[in-house]
Write a protein that binds this ligand. Structure first.
Ligand code: MN
Length: 453
């Protein structure tokens, strides 16, 4: 039996009960849950939060599941420093999904006139948002030509009881499916999956691969066992059997309506949308469903979901061109999308620049790639900026490439047209005279014991 969202919460409550915060106060669906998570973050706290008693909500809402890297590690059954290795090894194997006949996702089936999106406890996150948004929804669809499945995160705005606005502005596989289906005059069938075990989310929504890769196979690789799937009620798709909630429907061909604004990972409210419309035909859910929310905007949860998959992918690419690359970080201060820190053991001058070029061509949303020596911990931003302060000379170490493709959601770019900055903050191989101040390593254990007293 596949693990699911509730088994993950149980595991967390056994391993780290202090990492779950349950709020029983009757709060509004509008802004208050988001305000709670952001207030906790300001105090440096990032627990998984369960809202048991939101006003007018039929189900509890769980949010910030991915607000801390230690919970990615728990999902993998490993430690934080091993997340990258686990990600790389699990994403390299594929296991075909397995169909099941009976599934908890079919506990409650709402069809036709019984469909009512307003019955779901969908949060309105920011006062600039156009309305309530499903932020954890993974849209599943089939390639209209090959039948290969795609599964990817898309924001969904609740419009009325059976209509959602959906944006495909990342312009990846689902966007391509919809475009080709629309060219044939056909609606595109989709199922929006809410509330799965983190490993299923990693393999579907967060993993990025070629268009002919079926993400259910990848999810199997992440799980280490076949993803159990069950047939939908009204569309020709199958969905994870132990998900919490499924919304079945069609993205309408030839129809566009305003969608957004919505608080994006940049920390800004974004009007950028492909303005697609999703007509809902069925909602199925577990009897005591848990509604999962992902904190949008510039939040630890939203942004770590960008960084955690991007770092191993980038590490692999960089090591192909410079094998002595040690580590990669997408820092939160760069919105986990625009800035990348790389550490390496430099063997030859020019290698940092090679790494910078490789990084820019691998990830077009990057605007700054900063390379440091291998004695610098790229996950510790103070060390990175210190290395830049003490090892870099701007006339040699900084270079700018104007007029490149960038991220559509970068408010400082012109329709995604942007400049790129590379910084080489490594020490020169010849002529470097400074030595770092240190105390003997073997004293650390001794002083620690003294200080503990
Ligand atoms: Mn895909």
């Amino acid at each position: 039996m596949n693990p699911d969202l509730r088994s993950f919460i149980t595991l967390l409550s056994q391993n780290a009960p202090e990492d779950i915060l349950t709020i029983r106060e009757p709060l509004s669906l509008r802004y208050e849950p988001t305000a709670c998570v952001l207030e906790l973050a300001r105090k440096g706290k990032h627990p998984l939060v369960i809202f048991e008693n939101l006003k007018e909500a039929l189900f509890p809402v769980v949010t910030n599941v991915f607000g801390a890297r230690r919970r990615y590690a728990l999902a993998f059954g490993t430690t934080e420093d091993r997340i990258m290795d686990e990600w790389l090894s699990r994403s390299q194997r594929v296991i075909p999904p397995a169909s099941v006949k009976e599934a908890p996702i079919k506990d409650c089936v709402r069809l036709g006139g019984e469909v009512d999106l307003h019955k779901l406890p969908v949060l309105t996150h920011f006062q600039e948002d156009a309305g309530p948004y499903i932020t954890s929804g993974i849209a599943v669809a089939k390639d209209p030509d090959t039948g290969v499945r795609n599964a990817s995160f898309h924001r969904c705005q609740i419009k009325d009881k059976n209509t959602m606005g959906i944006s495909l502005h990342s312009r990846r596989h689902l966007w391509d499916y919809q475009r080709r289906s629309e060219a044939k005059g056909k609606n595109l069938e989709v199922a929006v999956v809410i509330g799965c075990h983190p490993l299923i989310l990693f393999g579907t929504g967060l993993w990025k691969g070629p268009i002919d890769a079926d993400e259910y196979y990848v999810a199997g690789g992440f799980l280490g066992e076949a993803l159990e799937v069950v047939q939908c009620e009204t569309v020709d798709l199958d969905v994870p059997a132990r998900a919490e909630i499924i919304i079945e429907g069609e993205i309408l061909a030839g129809v566009r309506e305003d969608e957004g604004p919505f608080g994006e990972f940049t920390g800004y409210s974004s009007y950028n949308s492909t303005r697609h419309v999703l007509k809902v035909k069925a909602i199925t859910h577990r009897r005591d469903a848990i509604f999962q929310d992902i904190v949008p905007g510039l939040s630890q949860e939203h942004n770590s979901m960008l960084a955690v998959p991007a770092e191993p992918r980038m590490l692999e690419v960089l090591r192909r061109v410079v094998p002595s690359v040690k580590d990669v970080a997408y820092p939160f201060s760069g919105a986990c999308r625009f800035h990348c820190y790389v550490s390496m053991k430099k063997i030859a001058e020019g290698q940092p620049k090679t790494a910078v070029f490789a990084a820019f061509s691998e990830d077009t949303s990057l605007k700054l790639v900063l390379v440091v020596d291998d004695d610098i911990d790229v996950h510790n931003e103070e060390e990175v900026i210190w290395a830049m302060a003490t090892r870099m000379q701007a006339d040699r170490g900084v270079f700018v490439i104007p007029g490149c493709m960038g991220a559509m959601l970068d408010p400082s770019a012109n329709e995604g047209f942007t400049a790129k900055m590379g910084i080489d903050a490594t020490r020169p191989l010849v002529g470097w005279k400074a030595t770092r101040c240190t105390v003997p390593d073997n004293l650390r254990g001794r002083v620690r014991k003294i200080l503990e007293k």
